[in-house]
Design a protein around this ligand. Structure first.
Ligand SMILES: [Zn+2]
Length: 273
């Protein structure tokens, strides 16, 4: 208060200079602030631009991370349990035989019923992994080979797994094997290897390997392998004539189905990477 009064009364000319200096300083300060604010805004704008780019790449990251077997932090991917696949896939599950065609049998067991129960459980598990599944049959019905292939090819399936049970004179014969086209298409080979590996590791079943053509004739291919337009395999899960193998598709059905579904997912993720 005292200072103001002194200036007002004593030195009016100096007061003008002060006002002039303050005005100049204010203009300079404002100018600086405006410049600063402007560059700040523009860098914020750049930041926003950067963020939106990051947001666009983020979903891709979330898609690629699980592919590498790493867990995605959060988001939709994480909600689909156990899904490590980034792409969308269709798998054709073919329960061997059906209807009037019983396949092999032993005591009360029939191949057509066993393959159907395995196929249905595999379907559920694959769907839980986010894979679309087409079935060649869902009940005890007759389905021709042509119909089976049509279902598979019309669905543009990425893989076809035809589920069967082996049989042998000797009850000691046991184990899983997979049959592919004798021209040994690489995809079918990979699919079969992934399945056999997953089944033998997952259930302790005997490994009888991947085979070409058909039983007794390496030059003749199974119909599904000959006409499917995707990787395909005829999976002989085990021997209906062996008491241990029969458990794989009865008492241990869940375990076996999980191993099959796991092998399919392994194959699909392998072809992805
Ligand atoms: Zn069969």
């Amino acid at each position: 208060m005292g200072n103001n009064a002194r200036r007002k009364d004593g030195v009016p000319k100096r007061w003008d200079k002060i006002i002039g200096a303050v005005t100049l300083l204010t203009i300079v300060l404002f100018g600086f602030m405006i410049y600063n604010d402007f560059s700040g805004t523009s860098s914020k704008a750049a930041g926003t631009g950067g963020n939106s780019t990051a947001k666009e790449t983020l979903p891709q990251l979330e898609h690629t991370l699980p592919e590498n077997g790493q867990s995605s932090g959060s988001g939709e991917e994480a909600s689909s349990e156990g899904n490590i696949l980034s792409g969308e896939y269709v798998v054709c599950i073919d329960a061997g035989h059906g209807g009037k065609d019983y396949g092999s049998s032993r005591e009360n067991y029939t191949e057509k019923n066993l393959t159907l129960s395995v196929a249905q459980r595999v379907k559920e598990l694959l769907e839980e992994s986010g894979i679309d599944v087409v079935m060649t049959r869902t009940s005890d019905t007759d389905v021709s080979y042509e119909q089976r292939i049509k279902i598979c090819n019309d669905a543009k399936a990425d893989a076809m797994i035809s589920i069967h049970m082996n049989s042998a004179e000797q009850p000691s014969a046991k184990g899983a094997e997979a049959w592919i086209h004798n021209k040994k298409p690489a995809d079918s080979q990979k699919l079969s290897e992934a399945l056999i590996k997953s089944i033998t590791n997952g259930t302790g079943a005997n490994d009888r390997g991947v085979k070409y053509g058909s039983i007794g004739d390496a030059q003749k291919n199974y119909y599904v392998n000959a006409y499917s337009s995707c990787a395909s395999t005829v999976l002989e899960l085990g021997f209906i004539t062996n008491s241990e193998d029969i458990k794989l598709v009865t008492d241990r059905l869940d375990e076996t189905a999980a191993a099959i579904a796991g092998g399919i997912v392994d194959y699909l993720s392998e072809t992805e990477g």
